[in-house]
Design a protein around this ligand. Structure first.
Ligand code: HEC
Length: 228
């Protein structure tokens, strides 16, 4: 059986050279051949590399005299849609209905999970200005940022859901937009939670299911007791 060991052995002076001629002449011939091959490949490879350097191409923002507008970069064809960004659900992505006006519909069912998600996202992104109750007295407002209106005014309570969605998506006056930070489904979750906040400030005891009222009164008594 021929092994690597044997092949290496053959090219070494102390190798198994039953054939004296081979083991005297082989090493230098091999070396010359190898050096030649190396030199050749260096020449070939460097030429290759140079070709790729010099090939005709535009680097970003380089002008061009080929195109009439003098720019080498072409604009995207009008109507191009990036993969996964068809966004053909108008309500989900714009908050608007078929009539082009802010819709009061939600594009998804309003579930407990959606509300909890909305609460969590609202507390992350909106409380710095709007505070946890939505009255508009967030921490950076207390430090001098423009004070937003309370969510509990009649005007904002009567705005349709799609209007609130639009404020998050496009900003409003001094308020920056949150389109980059908050994906559309989360914006809707926040809208749902703002509705809960609004309800929380206007609710009467009749809004609480009868079975839960005792619990509420118990909690209120506990709080009063604790305050003493
Ligand atoms: C950096 C502070 C800031 C943050 C954060 C912020 N807002 Fe505002 N928001 C404002 C200010 C200021 C206004 C009032 C803008 C004006 O009237 O020019 C406002 C106004 C609003 C209004 C009322 C628009 C109207 O018709 O008067 C809504 C609704 C609203 N924000 C929702 C949100 C929601 C939801 C979030 C979180 C996703 C959020 N905001 C995050 C500062 C903020």
């Amino acid at each position: 059986m021929r092994t690597n060991h044997q092949r290496i052995g053959q090219s070494l002076p102390y190798g198994r050279g039953s054939d004296q001629d081979r083991y005297h002449s082989d090493p230098s011939r091999d070396r010359k051949g190898a050096i030649g091959l190396l030199a050749l490949s260096l020449v070939l490879l460097s030429a290759c590399r140079q070709d790729m350097h010099d090939q005709p191409k535009y680097v970003p923002l380089r002008p061009s005299d080929f195109f009439a507008d003098g720019r080498s970069a072409r604009s995207i064809t009008e109507g191009t849609v990036a993969r996964g960004h068809l966004n053909d659900d108008t309500l989900l992505y714009t908050g608007k209905g078929a009539d082009g006006k802010p819709s009061n519909e939600f594009p998804m069912p309003v579930t407990k999970a959606l509300m909890l998600r909305g609460e969590q996202r609202y507390n992350v992104y909106c409380t710095p200005c709007h505070d946890r109750t939505g009255s508009g007295n967030g921490m950076i407002v207390r430090r001098g940022y423009r004070r937003p209106p309370t969510y509990h005014s009649d005007r904002l309570r009567q705005q349709p859901n799609g209007y609130l969605y639009d404020v998050i998506t496009n900003g409003f006056g001094a308020m920056p937009d949150y389109a980059a930070q908050i994906p559309p489904p989360d914006r809707w979750a926040i809208v749902a939670y703002i509705r809960a906040l609004q309800l929380s400030q206007q609710a009467s005891i009749d809004d609480v299911p009868a079975a839960a009222r005792g619990q509420l009164e118990g909690a209120a008594r506990g709080r009063l007791g604790g305050a003493k």
